[in-house]
Design a protein around this ligand. Structure first.
Ligand code: PBG
Length: 337
């Protein structure tokens, strides 16, 4: 071999764990992980969620819910995304904005017990509060039945104000109706909630990775699908359009969802909008893929989970919403899981 060859030896920096840690190019702060939490007003005790292995539904006012939050806070996970399961569904999604709805009750209970330490975001949608399972109100139209945009915004406004009243820090509209961020901003401001932020599910694609979640929430559309409001997976252009609209409408945090099949979109959005935080939602199907692969013995769970979370971070996400938040936090903090 010629003296001095090979010229460069990249393996030097890979030799030991400590030197790999020293030269690591991507880091995840535990405080950037957001944990989704499900509260079900029909329950008296927590119940395991089959479609999200390792997770539970919580009664809104239970001590177990407070304990979950406390455990997360102790691990450094300080932010949460609340989803509510109602005791009845109807055409108007009444339980979504009821003063004693599942999310509202949980919020009041958590604020009573934990004060303002946790950052609590609330998902704002009506798919699991209505009998028809769509993210908007359904009415007759020329073509048959349609999800009606503007009447839905009126319902969204009521939900936003009621969630803010109950103690939400961040409202997260996930229904993909046109103008939803502007409508909610106006409603919040009119009600005096200037400091309640909006995390917009801006680029939410019509994805097959939502399967487990729809089982969890019993929120599959009872007819048709969500392609008339969620984005077509082929279209990066539509994601950028939605992002710009949400910026103009006053969103405080932008979001791309799901994460893994849309890492290119995360990167694109981060490059275009470098003045707002960007969240990525590592969704239920992505979570269950990790759980099932590792439970079947095909993958090391910690390895698979962290590889995925680092890919999302590396793509440019500032905030990662993940069902693995607590397990990832334990690994990152060096607490044995
Ligand atoms: C819609 C909503 C969805 C998710 C959260 N809110 C998707 C859908 O049903 O279209 C998906 C979250 C996940 O899969 O983890 N309200």
């Amino acid at each position: 071999m010629l003296p001095g060859f090979p010229v460069s030896r990249p393996r030097r920096l890979r030799a030991r764990r400590a030197i790999r840690d020293l030269t690591a190019g991507t880091h995840i702060a535990v405080s950037s992980l957001m944990l989704p939490v499900f509260v079900d007003e029909r329950l008296k005790v927590p119940v395991s969620i089959e479609a999200l292995l390792g997770h539970q539904y919580y009664p809104p006012e239970s001590s177990e819910l407070v304990e979950l939050f406390t455990e997360a806070l102790n691990l450094g996970v300080k932010s949460f995304l609340l989803f509510g399961v109602p005791n009845v569904k109807d055409d108007k999604a009444t339980r979504a904005y009821a003063d004693d709805g599942p999310v509202q009750k949980a919020l009041r209970n958590l604020r009573r017990e934990l004060g303002w330490e946790p950052v609590i975001a609330t998902d704002l949608c009506i798919c699991n509060y209505t009998s028809q399972g769509h993210c908007g109100l359904v009415s007759k139209c020329r073509e048959g039945l349609c999800v009606d945009n503007d009447s839905t915004l009126e319902v969204y406004k009521k939900i936003a104000v009621s969630q803010a009243e109950a103690g939400a820090d961040i409202i997260a509209p996930s229904g993909m109706m046109d103008g939803q961020v502007a409508a909610i901003r106006e409603a919040l401001d009119d009600a005096g909630y200037h400091n309640v932020a909006i995390m917009a599910y801006s680029a939410k694609f019509a994805s097959n990775f939502y399967g487990p979640f729809r089982d969890v929430m019993d929120s599959s559309p009872r007819f048709g699908d969500r392609s008339s409001y969620q984005l077509d997976p082929r279209n990066a252009w539509d994601a950028i359009r939605e992002i710009y609209l949400d910026v103009m409408e006053g969103a405080d945090i932008l979001m791309v969802k799901p994460a893994l099949p849309y890492l290119d979109i995360i990167r694109l959005v981060k490059e275009k909008i470098d003045y707002l935080p960007l969240a990525a939602y590592n969704v239920s199907g992505e979570y269950m893929a990790v759980e099932l692969l590792s439970r079947q013995g095909y993958a090391d769970k910690a390895g698979l989970m962290m590889e995925i979370l680092y890919s999302i971070r590396r793509a440019g996400a500032d905030i990662i919403i993940t069902y693995h938040a607590l397990e990832a936090a334990k690994l990152l903090q060096g607490v044995s899981a």
